[in-house]
Each structure stands twice: as C-alpha cells, then as structure tokens.
Design a protein around this ligand. Structure first.
Ligand code: SF4
Length: 337
C-alpha cells in the first residue's frame, strides 16, 4: 500500500464502515464523430467512512460525486480497486459482490435520491411503497410489516393517517420523508444521500437535515451526504471531502474545511456559497476561478485544477500533487502546501 493510500485511509481515526481502496470508475463513450473516449468519473480514490459518521461529499456537477456514491453501495461497479464494507456482521468487497450476496447487501446499503417525485411511484399508496420492499426482503408477517412501517413513520415525523393516501397526494417534503422512511425499514449501516435536499424549499431543507442527523444518532447509521452546497455540508457533516474531476482534493473535519479551507477550489466554493456564516467570509480569500469544470474525458495534466486556478505554477501543469496530511484530520492536494 502506497504512502498516499495510507495517508488517505487515515482520514478518520474511528472504525471504518466503508473503505474505498484505489477506486477507479471509468466509462467508455462513443463520440458522434470520431473514436471512443474514456471518461474517468472516479480516479484513484482512497477514502474511509467511519461507523456512525456523516461524511459530506462536495463538488460541482461533473466532479464524480454521484458516481462515487453509487459505487459505495454497489449500484455502480468499480473498474478497479476495492470498496470494502465491514459492519461487524459481514465484510465484503461491494464492487465484487453479486447474486445472493448483492441482494443481502441491500439491507445494509441504501440510497436516498435527489428527486422525491421520481424516486417513488406516485400512483402507489404510501403503505404499499413501504410494504413491497419489506416483502422483497422476505418479511411476510403482516403484524411485523405494520410495526416496522409505523416505527419508521414515527422516526421521520409523518402522521399515520397518510398511509392510505396515494403518493401523488403528498407534498414534496412528505415525499422525501417517505423516501427516508423506506430507507430506514432495514436499519441500514450506510445511507448515500444524493443531493437529498437540493430540490426542497429552504424551510423544508432544515427539517430534512434535522431528520437525517437524528437518524444517524438514533440508528448509528453512517451517511455519505452528497451535495453541491457547502452551506448544507457545513450543517450536516462531521467531515467534508471536496471532489474535483474524480479526485478528492481536500478532506477534513467540517470545522477544519469550513474555517481553514486550504485548496483554492474549496475556497472558491465557500466564497460562492451564499449561506455560509457571514463572519467567516473574511477568512476566505477572494478567488475567481476561470471557466467551467473540464470534460471528464479530457482531464488536464498535473493538478487537474490548474486550468482554472489563479495560483497556478509551472510544476502544477505537469506534476500531480498528492493528498498531503496538514494537521489533525486535514488533508489537501495542492503544491501550495
Ligand atoms: Fe492551484 Fe497548483 Fe494548487 Fe493546483 S496545485 S490548486 S494549480 S496552486
């Protein structure tokens, strides 16, 4: 195991629930004219999610965070590398699991999608939305089904009288609560929340974030919380990983990343975030990053951020900076450090 890998895996001192080891996820894409190109959605990621922690994964659209989230729970296979899940009951490489084992993993690894309007069938009754996955996992006893549904309904603060309603009759906030309730039915060890609050109004966002925090505490579940909003990560996450073009470029406790951002990309994200504590705005340097995130099929050489970075140096264009330990649980990949 390389020094970089060891360094990255040391990103949390708590016991690991899920460990990405040298994970690559590449896709092949056919251009309209011309040959196939390779998209590097996730590029040699080493990262650990601890038991019971909420890890915020932040980056722009196209940074690879959704692909990494899907890889965490086996919805996407890694092209190479390992995704080790170990919760005390089973220890398995998620990316190599199949058949019965893959089905078994569904109980432990769950996902909340961004869009509560398309992730659950609007023409189904709420009760059936929750009953069907339980039956699919072999729970047949009607009393047990009812008991488990009422318990998760209580956890997410939904009134029992909507169990008979159709999903299309629910508000956006209620639908997202039903999505969360469905995930909780199995007491999951790890939940990937993929932009789970980005489609909700500000008032509902706070409610859902509070529910997720409560669940993490009450159920001991870990969360990989994917968001493009630094302000949301600040509220919800114990640690934050910042992703750019398939790589983790900064990692640390929420406090470290928000109060002492090191990578110019993190600084730019924070500066652009409208809801970060105004008293912290002075801490952030004025960073104007150029242009848009480059295509995932044409990663720049050296530091992938060099085409947009205002502090670019000659060596940034050719040499890849490693994710370096700075202090505490803070890591950064930048030649400035
Ligand atoms: Fe900018 Fe260079 Fe640091 Fe990359 S390595 S973020 S180009 S200063």
């Amino acid at each position: 195991m390389s020094e970089t890998t060891k360094s990255l895996l040391a990103g949390s001192t708590k016991e690991a629930l899920l460990t990405f080891e040298n994970v690559n996820v590449f896709f092949s894409k056919k251009k309209f004219f011309g040959p196939r190109s390779q998209i590097k959605a996730v590029d040699n990621v080493n990262l650990r999610i601890a038991k019971g922690e909420i890890l915020g994964l932040v980056g722009e659209s196209g940074s690879g965070k959704t692909t990494l989230g899907r890889t965490a729970i086996g919805l996407q296979r890694a092209t190479s590398g390992k995704v080790i899940f170990s919760n005390g009951e089973i220890s398995v490489d998620v990316s190599a699991s199949k058949g019965k084992q893959w089905k078994e993993l569904r109980k432990y690894l769950q996902i909340i999608f961004q869009d509560p309007f398309s992730s659950i069938d609007p023409n189904m009754r709420v009760f059936d939305t929750l009953r069907i996955p339980l039956r699919a996992q072999g729970v047949k006893d009607h009393n047990e089904i009812e008991e488990r549904i009422l318990r998760v309904f209580n956890e997410v603060g939904l009134p029992q009288d909507i169990l008979n309603n159709y999903v299309f009759q629910l508000s956006g906030g209620q639908r997202q609560r039903v999505s969360i309730a469905r995930v909780l039915l199995f007491n999951p060890s790890l939940v990937v929340a993929d932009e789970a609050v980005s489609m909700l109004d500000v008032s509902l966002k706070g409610d859902i974030l509070n529910i997720i925090k409560k669940i993490s505490l009450n159920f001991g579940a870990s969360f990989l919380f994917i968001t493009h909003e630094m302000a949301v990560a600040k509220v919800i996450a114990d640690r934050i990983a910042v992703m750019y073009l398939g790589n983790i470029v900064e990692l640390g406790s929420s406090e470290e990343v928000i109060s002492k951002p090191l990578h110019p990309y993190t600084q730019a994200l924070l500066q652009a975030s409208p809801s970060i504590d105004p008293s912290l705005k002075d801490v952030y340097r004025t960073i104007n990053i150029k242009g848009e995130i480059p295509s995932s099929s044409a990663h720049p050489s050296g530091c992938k951020f060099h085409t947009r970075c205002p502090f670019v140096m000659e060596k940034c264009k050719t040499n890849v900076p490693e994710l370096k330990h700075i202090e505490g649980s803070h890591y950064v990949s930048c030649w400035l450090y």
